[in-house]
Ligand binder design. Structure first.
Ligand SMILES: Nc1ncnc2c1ncn2[C@@H]1O[C@H](COP(=O)(O)OP(=O)(O)OP(=O)(O)O)[C@@H](O)[C@H]1O
Ligand SMILES: [Mg+2]
Length: 193
C-alpha cells in the first residue's frame, strides 16, 4: 500500500432526503476538488436496504456534472458515466456499481473491474461508486473511502472513513455541509449544523 497517511473520519446525522443529497453534493465537490482528478478512486457504500446509498450517490454524480436522474444499476450491475465537473476542463469516468445481486465475488471478473481497479494513475479521474461494497468480499481491495449509512430514528447516519491519502483528503474536505438537515458530529456525539 502506498505510503503513510493520517486516516480521516467524518460522521453526520441527516434529517431529510434533501440533506442526504446535500451531503452527496459535498462529497462530489470534495472529489472534484482534489483526489478524484489525479488517480483512480474507489468509494464503497454499505448500509441496509433503503439506507440511502443511491440517494447519496445521486448527489455525488450531480455535483460532478451529471444532468440526469440516478437510479440503482441493480440489474446490469454497472452504470458508466462520463462527467465534467462544473468549472473544470477534464472529463471524469465514473462507474456506479450495485453489488446487491452479486452471487459470488468471482462475478466481478466478468465486469473487468479487478484488472482496472485499483490501477495506475490515469490522466483523467476515474471513480468507482460501489453500493453493497462488502459483497465484493475483498475482490476490489479496500476502498479509498468507505461510507456507512444507517437508519436513525428519525433520519439517517452517515460515517465516512478514508483508507488512503486520497480518501482521507476527501473526508477532511467535507467539513460543514451547510444544510439545515445535516449535522456534523464529533466523536463525543455533539453535533453542529
Ligand atoms: N433522512 C433520510 N435520508 C435519506 N433517505 C431517506 C430519509 N428519510 C427517508 N428516506 C427514504 O429512504 C430511501 C432511500 O433509498 P435509496 O434507494 O437511496 O437507498 P439504498 O441504500 O440505495 O437502498 P438499496 O439497498 O435498495 O440500494 C428513499 O426512499 C428515501 O425517500
Ligand atoms: Mg441503492
Amino acid at each position: 500500500m502506498g505510503g503513510r497517511h493520517t486516516a480521516s473520519e467524518a460522521f453526520f446525522r441527516i434529517g431529510s432526503v434533501s440533506g442526504l443529497v446535500a451531503l452527496g453534493r459535498a462529497l462530489g465537490e470534495a472529489l472534484a476538488a482534489g483526489a478524484g482528478l489525479r488517480r483512480k478512486l474507489i468509494l464503497g457504500f454499505d448500509g441496509e436496504l433503503g439506507a440511502g446509498k443511491t440517494t447519496l450517490i445521486g448527489g455525488i454524480l450531480h455535483a460532478l456534472g451529471l444532468d440526469a436522474p440516478v437510479t440503482s444499476p441493480t440489474y446490469g450491475l454497472v452504470h458508466p458515466y462520463a462527467v465534467r465537473p462544473p468549472g473544470l476542463k477534464v472529463t471524469m469516468e465514473v462507474l456506479h456499481i450495485d453489488l446487491y445481486r452479486l452471487q459470488q465475488a468471482s462475478e466481478l471478473d466478468e465486469l473487468g473491474l479487478p484488472e482496472e481497479f485499483p490501477g495506475s494513475p490515469s490522466e483523467a479521474g476515474e471513480v468507482l461508486l460501489v453500493e453493497w461494497f462488502a459483497n465484493a468480499r475483498g475482490r476490489l481491495g479496500k476502498p479509498d473511502l468507505a461510507v456507512f449509512l444507517g437508519h436513525a430514528n428519525p433520519g439517517r447516519t452517515v460515517r465516512v472513513r478514508g483508507h488512503s491519502s486520497s480518501g482521507s483528503e476527501i473526508a477532511r474536505r467535507l467539513g460543514r455541509v451547510g444544510h439545515p438537515d445535516v449535522a456534523t458530529c464529533e466523536f463525543n456525539e455533539s453535533c453542529v449544523k
